[in-house]
Design a protein around this ligand. Structure first.
Ligand SMILES: C[S@@+](CC[C@H](N)C(=O)[O-])C[C@H]1O[C@@H](n2cnc3c(N)ncnc32)[C@H](O)[C@@H]1O
Length: 238
């Protein structure tokens, strides 16, 4: 059974379970790039590395994964292997992943060539997106150079099952007020256990409680200008 996604009249995907949108109404790819990929210093940070690992809370429609993969693929100086590890309790249908990737961006949204690659990669992901079970599973792309580890289940137990050290973390639960489990101190502690000195952690949310928890866990946290209509985004460094 896959998680139902409701497509609103404005074209944005909505979760009936959490009563929130999967992404901002405007420019999904622009948001993924500005708030997550580029905010973690990518593509520059993976250059010259054998491997780079991104850890995400909330795989959702896979847009952050696809954007990261598309940027990796088009970077001539990319690292040899990209590991993307993501936790998701309620996987959606492959058709929703593709529909989201096909959604037109806002005017002036990211590079049309990157958007086209992302759409092609969404089709690849959709072909591999079958038979997902609770627990940790691996999907491989680009002849094994892009590895998606999907931990299907509730965020805290899944984070404790995972064995990875993240170079970058994307925190992308639904809004903290509607989805508190994804942002609790216990969840952020479980995330921090996968981090090392120098790990970057980014999010669209700048909720005070989240910033305070991260500070308590040793991150230096900054509130940065966001992508409209959001005023702010968060960037942190352990
Ligand atoms: C905003 S969406 C993620 C969007 C996604 N990163 C993307 O690029 O498309 C938040 C996701 O968190 C998942 N989620 C919410 N609560 C969860 C929990 N307690 N454990 C695991 N996943 C959860 C939801 O099912 C949803 O898919």
């Amino acid at each position: 059974m896959t998680e139902p996604v409701l497509w609103l009249d404005d074209g944005s995907p909505h979760s009936p379970r959490f009563n929130d949108r999967y992404r901002s109404r405007t420019g999904g790819l622009a948001q993924a790039l500005t708030v997550f990929v580029n905010a973690c210093g990518l593509p520059q940070r993976w250059r010259g590395r054998d491997e780079f690992t991104v850890l995400e809370t909330g795989f959702g429609l896979g847009l952050n994964f696809l954007a990261t993969w598309a940027v990796w693929e088009t970077d001539a100086q990319r690292c040899a292997r990209l590991n993307f590890v993501s936790v998701e309790a309620y996987p959606v249908a492959a058709a929703d992943i593709v529909r989201n990737a096909l959604a037109p961006g806002a005017p002036g949204d990211a590079d049309p060539q990157l958007q086209a690659r992302l759409q092609a990669l969404a089709q690849e992901l959709a072909r591999a997106w079958q038979g997902l079970r609770p627990g940790v599973q691996h999907l491989e792309f680009a002849e094994g150079r892009v590895r998606l580890t999907l931990a299907v289940g509730a965020v805290q137990p899944m984070l404790s099952l995972l064995d990875c050290v993240a170079d970058a973390v994307y925190l992308d639960g639904f809004s903290p007020s509607l989805n508190p489990d994804m942002w609790s101190l216990a969840t952020l502690q479980a995330v921090a256990r996968h981090c090392r000195a120098g790990t970057t952690l980014v999010s669209y949310s700048v909720a005070l409680a989240v910033r305070e928890s991260l500070t308590q866990l040793g991150f230096s946290v900054r509130k940065c200008p966001g992508l409209p209509p959001k005023r702010h985004r968060m960037a942190a460094l352990l």
